[in-house]
Design a protein around this ligand. Sequence first.
Ligand SMILES: [Zn+2]
Length: 215
Amino acid sequence: MRLEKLRAAVVRVGKDLVPTGMVLGTWGNVSAREGDVVAITPSGLPYDELTPADIILVDLQGNLVEGKWRPSTELHLHLTLYRRRSDLNAVVHTHSVASMALAASRHPLPPCTEEQAQILGGEVPVAAYAPPGTPELAQAAAAALGEGKAVLLAHHGLVGVGATLDEAWLVVQVVEKSAQIYLWSCLLGGPVPLAPEEVRSLRERFLRDYGQRRS
Ligand SMILES: [Zn+2]
């Protein structure tokens, strides 16, 4: 039952990718982890037609647990990140325009807004180039990501991670919006990055104080 909920959550984010402009067509991919099982979108199926039964379940080595389709071609990328980071339970990969403009320029995204400082906790780095779908891309992305929340893939796209699927989805949206703001700011003489101590303080305050729950 919990794996069914995981599959449904992956479908929910998958269906948001195209309408929000985060991908075109069937590019991009989404996964979520529960223990040793990863639920990932299939390769090349239209997102608007996805149902939970289309989501593939694999173990952390990529062995099929359950599913009727080929998994995303970026399976290596997702599994490598999960194996390296026990704190991650979700990975979202997009081909969104402003992030790709930075990725095409191999230009990292410095923290210039309080949103980026709070949600991402710093700069978004650019991974060394490697062709899509390869183990080399997975290694390059993991190395550049380190303990961070997001990484740009050179000439390719964006990867956001999180402890939950909601967090990974928020991360890619904040990176894309921050990349848009960064590019617009360049027209106004260039954005002013926040000082590292201010970024740290904003992130700490966000983790400590932000949000509340209805009782
Ligand atoms: Zn891609």
